[in-house]
Design a protein around this ligand. Structure first.
Ligand code: CAO
Length: 467
C-alpha cells in the first residue's frame, strides 16, 4: 500500500518549510519515526519523521524546495518490506502519477496566482493610498489641468519641479515624464530608482517596485529598506554568502523589537561567592543525577521565583486592546549559541522544577538546538529570557528584549573582585547582571527592584522563602 508523507502542521503561523537535506533515497527501507529529511521553517530546523514503516517509493521534493504544510513529500510503500519496487501494480502507479501531476499543477497555480494578485493589489493599493495622502483639492485641479496638457508641456513642468526640489536638472534622470510624475505623486525620489529599461531607463514598474520595497522596509524592519550599499569590491576582494533562515528571522525579530520597544537597561552585580562554593560542592552530586550544575541552571531557578514575585516581568503588552496580559505560568527562554546562530528554547513551568531538573532540561534543549533537532514548539511561549554570555567572557552587555516579552536578563562573566566589607577589601566572586526591559510596561524603580531582588537571592537563596 502506498502511503503519502506530508509536511505536518509545524506551529502556529508557520505554513511552509524549506528542505535542507534529504536523508533517504528511493528504495531505502525505513522504520516508523526514521528521519526522512532535514527541514527548516521560519522558527527552527527539524527532522521530518516517517509516519510509516516501509520502502521509500518516491521522493517528490528536492533540496532547497519550499514545501507547504500538507504537501506530499514522500511516498512509502508499506507493503514493500518484501516487494521489489517494480512489483507495484500498474493501477497504483498511474493513480500516483495523476495525483502527482495534479498536485504539481495545483501547487504551481497556487504559488503563482496569489503572488500576481498580491502584486496587483498592493501596487494599486499603494498608488491609491499615496495619492489620497498627497492629493489636496488644489492638486486635484492641477492634475486635471495636466491631463489636458500636451506631453511636451507636462515634461517641461516635471523638469522645473525637479529642479526646484533637488537642484538637479531632470534631464539627468532617464525616465519619461509619466514615470517621473508617478514617482513624484507617490513620494519617491526618482533619482534613487534603479532603471531596468533600455539604457537604464526607469519604467513605471521600477518606480512601483521601489515604492513597494520601501513600504515593506518600513512595515517590517529587518528587510531591505532601499539603502544602497557601496561597491565594496572597489576596496578589495569580497565574498557573498546567503543569509540562512535563522539569521533572517533573528535579524528581523531583533530589529522589530529594537524599533518598537523603548528599552531601558539596568545593571547590578551579585556576590556569588557562596553560591559558587555550593555549586562546586554539589556538582558531583548533580553529575550522579545526570545534571550539570551551572550558573544558568541556578539563575533559571531564582529568576522563576523572581517572576512570581514581580508578575509584570512575566507579562506581555497588548497595545491593540490597551491591556497588560499577566501569565499564570512561568516559561523562560534561554539563549543558546549554536553554529547556525542564536536560538532561544523555552523551559516550561520553570518555577515548578528543581535546579537539577532545570539543569537536565536546559542541557537537553541546548543539545537539541545545537544538533538541529529543536522543534518550533520548543522555541515558543516563553515569557522572559535569560542570555548568559559569561562562559565566553565580557563585563556587561545589553540584550534586546524578545517581543512579545517585556524583559530579558543578560549575564556576563563572574570574576573575583575586591569588595569593601566591614572596613576592608575582600576578594569576592561577583557576577555582572543586566536587565533590559520595556519601559512601557516596567518603570525604572521596578527594574532596579527586580534586579536587586535577584542579586540578593543569589547572595542568600534562603531569602526567596521570606520575600
Ligand atoms: N560566569 C563565569 N563562568 C561562566 C558563566 C558566567 N556567567 N556562565 C558559564 N560559565 C562557565 C561555566 O561554569 C562552565 O565552566 P566549566 O566548564 O568550568 O564548568 C563554562 O562557562 C561553560 O558553561 P556552559 O555553557 O556549559 O553552561 P551554562 O549552563 O552556564 O550555559 C548556555 C548554557 C546554553 C546558556 C550556554 O552554553 C550558551 O549557549 N550561552 C550563549 C548564549 C548567547 O548566545 N547569548 C547571546 C544572545 S543575545 O541576547
Amino acid at each position: 500500500m502506498i502511503k503519502e508523507i506530508k509536511l505536518p502542521e509545524i506551529a502556529d503561523n508557520v505554513t511552509t518549510a524549506v528542505v535542507l537535506e534529504i536523508l533517504v533515497s528511493e528504495g531505502d527501507k525505513v522504520e516508523k519515526d526514521d528521519s526522512l529529511a532535514e527541514m527548516e521553517s521560519d522558527k527552527a530546523t527539524f527532522d521530518l519523521p516517517s509516519v510509516e514503516a516501509g520502502v521509500v517509493k518516491e521522493i517528490k521534493i528536492k533540496e532547497g524546495d519550499e514545501v507547504k504544510v500538507g504537501q506530499v513529500m514522500f511516498t512509502i510503500d508499506t507493503s514493500a518490506g518484501a516487494e521489489e519496487e517494480g512489483e507495484e501494480p500498474e493501477k497504483d502507479k498511474s493513480e500516483e502519477k495523476q495525483a502527482k501531476e495534479k498536485t504539481g499543477e495545483e501547487e504551481k497555480k497556487e504559488a503563482e496566482k496569489p503572488e500576481e494578485e498580491d502584486k496587483e493589489e498592493e501596487i494599486s493599493g499603494e498608488d491609491t493610498a499615496a495619492k489620497e495622502d498627497q492629493e489636496g483639492a488644489g492638486k486635484k485641479d492641477l492634475k486635471e489641468q495636466e491631463s489636458r496638457e500636451p506631453e511636451e508641456e507636462k515634461e517641461k513642468k516635471e523638469v522645473s519641479r525637479e529642479k526646484e526640489d533637488t537642484g538637479k536638472p531632470a534631464a539627468e534622470v532617464p525616465a519619461p515624464p509619466s514615470v517621473r510624475r508617478l514617482a513624484r505623486e507617490i513620494g519617491i525620489d526618482v533619482r534613487k530608482v534603479p532603471g531596468t529599461g533600455p539604457e537604464g531607463r526607469i519604467t513605471m514598474d521600477n518606480v512601483k517596485d521601489f515604492a513597494k520595497k520601501q513600504l515593506e522596509g518600513r512595515q517590517s524592519p529587518g528587510v531591505a529598506d532601499g539603502y544602497e550599499l557601496p561597491d565594496f569590491s572597489k576596496w578589495g576582494k569580497v565574498r557573498r554568502e546567503k543569509m540562512d533562515t535563522i539569521r533572517k528571522i533573528t535579524g528581523k525579530a531583533m530589529s522589530e523589537s529594537w524599533q518598537t520597544i523603548p528599552h531601558v537597561f539596568q545593571f547590578d552585580k551579585a556576590d556569588v561567592t557562596e553560591l559558587e562554593s555550593f555549586r562546586k560542592k554539589y556538582s558531583k552530586h548533580a553529575e550522579k543525577e545526570g545534571a550539570k550544575l551551572t550558573v544558568t541552571a541556578m539563575l533559571l531557578k531564582l529568576t522563576a521565583e523572581a517572576l512570581r514575585v514581580f508578575p509584570r516581568f512575566n507579562a506581555s503588552l497588548d497595545l491593540q486592546n490597551e491591556e497588560i496580559i499577566y501569565k499564570e505560568y512561568v516559561h523562560i527562554g534561554v539563549a543558546v549559541d549554536t553554529e547556525r546562530g542564536l536560538l532561544v528554547p523555552v523551559i516550561r513551568d520553570a518555577d515548578k522544577k528543581s535546579i537539577l531538573e532545570l539543569s537536565v532540561e536546559l542541557n537537553e534543549l541546548a543539545e537539541k538546538a545545537r544538533k538541529k533537532k529543536i522543534m518550533p514548539d520548543d522555541l515558543q511561549g516563553g515569557n522572559f529570557a535569560i542570555s548568559n554570555l559569561g562562559g565566553i567572557g565580557g563585563t556587561n552587555f545589553t540584550p534586546i528584549v524578545y517581543r512579545p516579552n517585556v524583559a530579558i536578563l543578560g549575564v556576563s562573566r563572574s570574576q573575583i573582585e575586591p569588595v569593601y566589607i566591614d572596613g576592608e577589601f575582600r576578594p569576592r566572586m561577583m557576577l555582572p547582571l543586566s536587565l533590559s526591559y520595556d519601559h512601557r510596561v516596567i518603570d525604572g524603580a521596578d527594574g532596579a527592584r527586580f534586579l536587586r531582588w535577584l542579586c540578593e537571592a543569589m547572595e542568600n537563596p534562603l531569602l526567596t522563602m521570606f520575600k
